[in-house]
Write a protein that binds this ligand. Structure first.
Ligand SMILES: Nc1ncnc2c1ncn2[C@@H]1O[C@H](COP(=O)(O)OP(=O)(O)O)[C@@H](O)[C@H]1O
Ligand SMILES: [Mg+2]
Length: 238
């Protein structure tokens, strides 16, 4: 990756994060004392077998779920200590999320779906118009804006979901297998678009993927193995 990594600027730090699920009498430790540091502007890939806890971890890091133990700090603020209102505002201001299944609202057009975050959390001084134009042009969805999700192809739906996640210019974009439902050509294109916007706004990208050709492009790769998180490589030690 060409982006400079500023090692002095930790944007996210997770320490000994634990998330267990209890089903009937069984306790599943989906995330088992996971710790990681992410630096501003990095592209982090999280890989690992199905069921190893990747999605659970990503949801915790993105403040969409709460751990039973451990702390998560983003931009110097401990999100695990925030109440629901504070966390909601924080997420709206700084964090974005893209899922494998796009989670678009079926009754809303592409345009309406993209603008939802700006209505829920209006950032002061933000120029949505400019960002909106850049996004729809670079994502190639200008002529699909008045269509419903059901009238769009899978690749187009995912592009709309990406535009929705980026319209607020989040400092960190979390993506859970964003290319998992796409064919090779679409997956490569969506990755390029994510990296382009990442560079355009100096964003940090944390992506769960089991696509090794995508993980290869990351600055650092973490692996989840039965709830345990470990760093795989140190290619970007510069
Ligand atoms: N809501 C839930 N309730 C109970 N168990 C869950 C829930 N979500 C995930 N799990 C379990 O936690 C483990 C990790 O799941 P997940 O984070 O989805 O893994 P991955 O994304 O790596 O496939 C799995 O054993 C899964 O069955
Ligand atoms: Mg998953």
């Amino acid at each position: 990756m060409s982006t400079e990594i500023n090692k002095d600027r930790v944007i996210l730090e997770a320490t000994d994060v634990v998330r267990q699920y209890t089903q009937s009498d069984e306790v599943i430790t989906a995330v088992n004392r996971a710790s990681m540091k992410v630096y501003e502007g990095e592209f982090i890939a999280i890989v690992g077998a199905s069921g190893s806890g990747k999605s659970t971890l990503l949801h915790l890091l993105a403040g969409m779920d709460r751990p039973q133990a451990g702390t998560i700090t983003i931009r110097g603020q401990e999100i695990t200590a925030m109440n629901a209102d504070e966390l909601g505002r924080f997420r709206g201001n700084y964090l974005g999320m893209v899922f494998q299944t796009h989670n678009l609202i079926p009754q809303f057009t592409a345009l309406e779906n993209i603008l939802i975050p700006t209505l829920m959390c209006h950032k002061e001084g933000a120029s949505y118009e400019e960002m909106f134009k850049k996004l729809v042009v670079s994502l190639g969805i200008e002529d699909r804006l008045h269509h419903l999700p059901s009238e769009l192809s899978g690749g187009q739906q995912q592009r709309v979901a990406i535009a929705r996640a980026l319209i607020n210019m989040p400092h960190i974009l979390f993506a859970d297998e964003p290319t998992g439902n796409l064919d090779r050509a679409n997956a490569d294109e969506v990755l390029e678009l994510l990296l382009e916007t990442k560079n355009m706004i100096g964003q940090t990208l944390i992506m769960v993927t089991h696509d090794m050709s995508i993980a290869e492009r990351a600055d650092r790769v973490f692996r989840m193995d039965d709830g345990k998180l470990e760093l795989c490589n140190r290619r970007s030690a510069r």
